[in-house]
Write a protein that binds this ligand. Structure first.
Ligand SMILES: [Fe+2]
Length: 495
């Protein structure tokens, strides 16, 4: 191999895999642009050259340009107009101006506000390299600042009150902060008592970022227990991940626990296609963010438990009052059983079903707030007595509304005397305007009332009660739910 080829080979060997930066050179002097292009390509820049403003804008629209290097005197429009447009429409492109000494004074303020730097013509090529290096550093700093600003504003946002949505918020913020190439998350599943991969249901990240891996969970937890993150360089990755699980081209990884003093709820694993070298401040910020969120999840769980205990306490209070009043097995529990049977035939979340079941138990709690003694009679009720009775859903709302844990339960209770044809009370809602829970409870309530002994009549047989429901199917009751109730009764041999 001759010397020329050896030099060429050495140059090729030293060429980085990706260009140093992309640069658009704009000048009406074609000889000048070609000279700059040759020099910058040798410096490993990716270079476009154009001779007018319009041509320059076209490149900016179609390519991701890191640096615009422009003369101020170019055809089509002035270089200052181009700078202004780049500033407004291509904020990620940084501008450097080439200008002759004679035109500098008049343009200096405009250059100051729109360009990162300038270079006086004529210049040496090594001078140009220094100016461009400074501009690139400035651009990196600007991007870093913007990323930190975005991260901090995301942290300040009020986050969701659902643990899953909160965790997804956190991974988005960390993604913004650390810019990993691949993201993975494990969470601790309470029912299975082990860490499982998180599906990232609503997370808007590219597919490349979401993947499934095997990993050494115990080894991770050991490091987390000592209060540290798992920071790995390329040769250390196999200690924590099977080789087949490591994403291609990964040169480093970082795992951050989602934990408070007592528990590790899960952890994020980030892989990078470059050597990991994040500043201590960034890592500290990520750590504070994840531990704050873990604490928030713990608080959510405690609040939920407290709310659940409050609802159960009110339910048991109601049961004891009803037992005293009726001296028999409790009406509200039977209504709950019939409600559960209907719910089993419906597609809805367990949480929604639980809410309706609580409403079934508490549906008549409003009766505790009105004097019903005059209603225990075998004579027909007077209009005043009917109006008094009709107050009980309103009273129920008044009793339960002060406690936020009842907010989702109240609608099913308040509307359980509405009719499907709109002739019910208290609001005269019609059809599907009536909350689903209320439409279910009214069937369960009516069926149990009809099949129980009353002061004014003996209990109907189950067949007679079914005929009554059938008679009022579509007028008083939701027809679909009546059919479903009959199907469920058959299934449980209640017919
Ligand atoms: Fe009622």
């Amino acid at each position: 191999m001759n010397v020329k080829n050896l030099a060429k080979q050495a140059f090729e060997d030293s060429r980085p895999e990706s260009p140093k930066a992309s640069i658009l050179v704009v000048d009406d002097d074609q000889f000048m642009t070609t000279l700059i292009q040759t020099h910058l390509q040798n410096q490993f820049y990716q270079v476009w050259t154009r001779n007018s403003v319009d041509e320059a804008i076209e490149v900016l629209c179609n390519e991701k340009i890191d640096i615009l290097l422009t003369d101020l005197k170019i055809p089509g429009s002035s270089g200052l107009t181009l700078l202004d447009q780049v500033n407004r429409e291509f904020p990620s492109t940084i501008s450097v101006v080439m200008t002759a000494y004679g035109t500098l004074d008049s343009s200096i303020n405009a250059i100051r506000s729109n360009a990162a730097d300038y270079i006086l013509k004529p210049f040496e090529m090594n001078e140009l390299s220094e100016v461009l290096d400074r501009a690139l550093q400035k651009k990196e700093l600007q991007e870093e600042y913007q990323r930190l600003k975005n991260t901090l504003s995301s942290i300040g946002k009020p986050s969701s009150n659902q643990p899953t949505a909160l965790m997804e918020d956190v991974v988005m913020v960390l993604h913004q902060l650390l810019c990993p190439d691949h993201v993975f998350m494990l969470y601790f599943d309470m029912s299975q008592k082990r860490f499982l991969p998180w599906e990232f249901g609503n997370l808007v990240l590219s597919q490349k970022n979401l993947f499934s891996i095997e990993m050494n969970v115990e080894e991770h937890l050991r490091v987390f227990r000592s209060g540290k993150m798992v920071k790995l360089h390329q040769d250390q990755l196999v200690r924590f991940f099977p080789r087949s699980s490591i994403p291609e081209d990964s040169k480093s990884s970082l795992s951050i626990p989602f934990q408070n003093a007592e528990k590790t709820y899960g952890f994020f694993v980030f892989f990078f296609e470059k050597e990991f070298q994040w500043s201590i401040e960034y890592l500290r910020l990520a750590s504070v963010l994840t531990s704050n969120c873990a604490q928030k999840i713990e608080n959510m769980a405690l609040t939920k438990k407290l709310e659940h205990n409050t609802i159960e306490m009110v339910e048991s209070l109601l049961r004891s009052l009803q037992l005293k009043d009726e001296g028999t097995s409790v009406h509200s529990d039977r209504v709950k059983d019939f409600t559960r049977m209907i719910l089993e035939g419906l597609q809805m979340s367990q949480e929604e079903k639980e809410t309706i079941l609580h409403a079934a138990v508490l549906h008549d709690i409003g009766k505790m707030a009105i004097d019903l003694s005059t209603l225990h009679t075998d004579k027909p009720l007077t209009q005043d007595q009917v109006e008094l009775f009709k107050q009980h859903p309103i009273r129920a709302k008044e009793i339960l509304a002060p406690l936020s844990c009842f907010s989702k339960i109240i609608p099913s209770i308040y509307h359980h005397h509405e009719r499907f044809d709109g002739k019910g009370y208290p609001d005269g809602l019609k059809g599907e305007e009536i909350p689903l829970g209320a439409r279910i409870i009214t069937i369960a309530d009516s069926f149990d009332s009809m099949t129980s002994d009353k002061v004014y009549r003996n209990a109907l047989t189950k067949e007679e009660a079914k005929n009554e429901l059938l008679l009022h199917r579509g007028s008083q009751f939701d027809p679909y739910l009546v059919d479903l109730f009959f199907k469920q009764l058959e299934k449980y041999s209640f017919s």
